[in-house]
Design a protein around this ligand. Structure first.
Ligand SMILES: Nc1ncnc2c1ncn2[C@@H]1O[C@H](COP(=O)(O)OP(=O)(O)O)[C@@H](O)[C@H]1O
Length: 190
């Protein structure tokens, strides 16, 4: 499937405002790839598909996780974490995307992971800071992103972790590990 057809297929899966968000993540991923020496073509492809399953019925997302070789521990945590893994699964099985770098960037765009690749960082950060995002602290993230993917991502994960704490929700531990790992990377370069 060519890029235009793929974009049309993605647009059909979501309400207009989420499609606008996807366009924002695409543009921001390409911009960050150019800024930090990443692969802009792969960043664009991962961004197009990253929220493919976001509006799928939650039982369908759970079914994909349950019935395939995906992390079962996700099912005990916030449902918002599921669409990323379901999306990577569909990108491969339905659209034939077999580039593991692209699939990982889709898979880990919400939780992050320890040892995030450059592409993982680009797509995850673009999801936090695309132009349509408007939450307290987003300007600070955009400012940090001018010079450091890692510092900007830590600020992004901090906002998510603080949000979850304020709601009394559980935190998927991989995100804590991700934040620790990013802080270590920052420390090593200063
Ligand atoms: N580590 C985590 N543990 C639990 N829930 C999380 C974690 N990371 C993200 N989330 C949930 O996912 C949401 C963000 O998911 P995301 O795919 O970025 O959605 P959106 O694009 O709508 O912001 C957070 O608001 C939070 O509810």
């Amino acid at each position: 499937m060519n890029r235009e057809d793929l974009m049309a297929a993605v647009k059909e899966q979501m309400p207009e405002r989420r499609w606008q968000h996807t366009l924002g993540v695409m543009a921001t991923s390409v911009m960050l790839a150019e800024r930090f020496g990443g692969d802009a073509v792969k960043a664009d492809m991962a961004a197009i598909l990253h929220d493919y399953c976001k509006y799928w019925p939650i039982h369908e997302q759970a079914k994909i996780i349950r019935e395939n070789d995906l992390p079962q521990d996700l099912l005990a945590f916030d449902k918002e974490l599921w669409h990323s893994h379901a999306g990577a699964f569909i990108a491969k099985s339905q659209f034939g995307i077999d580039d593991e770098e692209i699939l990982d960037a889709i898979r880990y765009h919400t939780s992050g992971r320890e040892g995030m690749t450059l592409l993982d960082k680009i797509v995850c950060l673009a999801d936090y800071m695309e132009p349509g995002r408007d939450f307290p602290g987003v300007e600070h993230i955009r400012e940090l992103a001018k010079t450091s993917l890692e510092r900007a991502l830590v600020a992004g994960f901090d906002s998510t972790i603080n949000f979850l704490i304020s709601k009394g929700k559980r935190i998927y531990p991989l995100t804590i590990g991700t934040r620790n790992d990013l802080l270590e990377q920052i420390q090593q370069t200063t």
